[in-house]
Design a protein around this ligand. Structure first.
Ligand code: ACO
Length: 329
């Protein structure tokens, strides 16, 4: 057992773009109120990328910070996994742009599109590659520029999203440290409840798709809401069970930051007090795959996670996708 190779977090990084958009700013853009947004969702402000910034440019900054913290040079990176639903372009993969930006010339590169669950899917892949011995150093980046696919005239979605990037460097560690268990799930039959309708092979970009505002996020918020808390609570249970741990042993839950009420419901269903739940939704909003990556970085910075802490990441998103990742720091 002592010789089993786990993937451990060797460093984390994050990047938050400078421009701030507060609830007061949104009150001037759509028919909403600070009161509605804070009580129904829990967001006070979010940050937006500058015009020249992209998911890969923000992701590269987060990646540099993670590499520096791990004392790993870009040349040592074997694989770059980029989790995003807002790639710089449909293809080539944004992971390739990050490779170019970092000069990580030895790295294999690919993107994954698991929406808000992307970082957890990425961590799970990294664990798989590292534990089989195929790769030693894996960089997982989760970066989103949701402001580019947000309909700023639709109050149902405009108040929810923000831009951000997070990253983690994973390297072999001896058990019992590192990723102890992951659980991934999906339900493709519910894909149309949360989607970007046009711009792919189903509805290629045309004057019509642009006028019909089909290049923006469409979400049936209420139906997503109902499903999300239960899926996250179930994911918590699965990962803990697979590793043989009890919920009481957890030091911190890092949930996807989409809605304060979803997080509270998921914590309640998992019998976890809110003191053990990490929150930053008030400052950044929902940044899709980036929320859990940024939160992991902040939890370490704030020393809410210390060596040997037991931490569970959990998320839910478009696809639908969901998943969890249990880590001994
Ligand atoms: N300001 C004021 N009123 C609003 C706003 C707003 N910004 N948005 C909606 N409302 C109104 C609605 O029009 C509705 O009014 P009506 O009753 O007169 O029709 C009322 O508020 C209630 O609307 P609901 O949609 O039922 O509100 P709900 O409590 O469900 O909250 C929300 C909406 C915040 C979107 C919630 O459903 C939610 O968080 N859903 C899940 C989001 C999520 O987890 N997404 C997954 C990840 S995202 C990704 O993968 C990219």
């Amino acid at each position: 057992m002592e010789h089993h190779i786990n993937a451990g977090i060797a460093g984390t990084g994050m990047y938050i773009p400078e421009k701030l958009l507060t609830n007061a700013d949104l009150e001037k853009m759509v028919d909403t109120s600070d009161e509605w947004i804070t009580t129904r969702v829990g967001i006070r402000e979010r940050h937006l990328a500058a015009p020249e910034e992209t998911s890969s440019s923000m992701g590269s900054k987060a990646a540099r910070m993670a590499l520096a913290q791990a004392c790993v040079s870009p040349a040592e990176v074997d694989l770059i996994i980029m989790a995003t639903i807002t790639p710089d372009v449909p293809w080539p993969a944004s992971a390739c742009f990050i490779q170019r930006e970092l000069g990580a010339s030895q790295a294999a590169c690919f993107d994954i599109a698991a929406a808000c669950t992307g970082f957890i899917y990425g961590l799970s892949l990294a664990q798989g590659f590292i534990s089989t011995g195929m790769y030693k150093t894996v960089l997982v980046v989760a970066a989103e520029t949701l402001s580019r696919i947000t309909d700023w005239e639709d109050r149902n979605t405009a108040v929810l999203f923000g831009d951000a990037a997070g990253a983690a460097v994973l390297r072999p560690v001896a058990a019992p440290k590192g990723i102890l268990a992951t659980y991934l799930g999906a339900d493709g039959s519910k894909g149309d409840l949360l989607e970007l309708p046009a711009g792919g092979s189903r509805l290629p970009a045309s004057h019509e798709t642009v006028s019909a505002r089909q290049h923006y996020i469409r979400m049936k918020g209420n139906e997503v809401f109902k499903f999300a808390a239960r899926a996250m609570a179930n994911s918590n249970k699965e990962a803990l069970q697979r590793a043989g741990h009890k919920v009481e042993e957890l030091d911190l839950l890092i949930p996807h930051q989409a809605n304060m009420r979803i997080i509270e419901a998921a914590a309640r269903l998992s019998n976890l007090p809110m003191e053990k739940v990490f929150l930053n939704i008030d400052r950044y909003g929902n940044t899709s795959a980036a929320t859990t990556a940024v939160a992991l970085c902040e939890a370490l910075q704030q020393q809410r996670l210390k060596p040997d802490s037991l931490c569970l990441l959990v998320a839910f998103g478009g696809g639908f996708t969901w998943g969890s990742c249990l880590i001994r720091i």
